[in-house]
Design a protein around this ligand. Sequence first.
Ligand SMILES: Nc1ncnc2c1ncn2[C@@H]1O[C@H](COP(=O)(O)OP(=O)(O)OP(=O)(O)O)[C@@H](O)[C@H]1O
Ligand SMILES: [Mg+2]
Length: 233
Amino acid sequence: MSILFRCEDIGKTYGGVVALKDVSLSLETGKVHGLIGPNGAGKSTFIDVVSGRTPGQGRVYFEDREVTGASPSAMRRMGISRSFQRTSIFPALTVAAQLELANHGAGGGQTGELVQMLGLETVLNTEADEISYGQQRLVDLALSLVGEPRVLLLDEPAAGLSVQESAVLAGHLEEIAKRWDVAILLVEHDMDVIFRVCSILTVLASGRFLVQGNPADLRNDAAVIEAYFGSTA
Ligand SMILES: Nc1ncnc2c1ncn2[C@@H]1O[C@H](COP(=O)(O)OP(=O)(O)OP(=O)(O)O)[C@@H](O)[C@H]1O
Ligand SMILES: [Mg+2]
């Protein structure tokens, strides 16, 4: 077991409202860790706090070094990358131009292999708002992978995708974790994707840690079903 990214007692309060409290989890190299829970559970807030976007409580360690409070750009240069729940691409720029911009921010490197793996060669010279939504989400993923990050924090990358597109995305995530040895945190509502790619799940409800375990065990866990559906019936 090789823990690369460790988050301890992460919390966030918005004007007296507790959005997240004392949530801890670790990411291992080559593994996908799922973070699930109902709407408003605090999943995006967790990513925002640990990636340096939003100030909050708790401590964050990368390769056993404390990086709590580092800025998003400093995190990115260290090899900690994130994606956003809504696509963060620029509609009027070509895919190639956006990769170039991201490459600049991440400190340079090759993007060719990335483009090839994600099957984006044919849309490189097309403006982002001219390509399909599924392809836009793949561009989002490509942008977060520029610079070969070691840690990838993904906020609902499959949202709005068709069943087929989600399956393609799940295959890419498996490959990124296994072949590129990336530690992935996957926030996702698509349970087919979650159960296919995650080796461990952390479940949140109302900003609190609910349970952690392997997907097969949690699939029928009464507390998890209750958190999602409000009843164990
Ligand atoms: N900027 C903000 N100001 C005030 N409250 C916020 C802010 N951002 C999030 N919250 C609140 O924090 C809680 C957690 O929100 P968060 O967006 O992290 O949930 P989530 O699990 O990502 O939900 P979803 O599945 O809908 O994306 C919610 O109650 C939300 O209303
Ligand atoms: Mg969210």
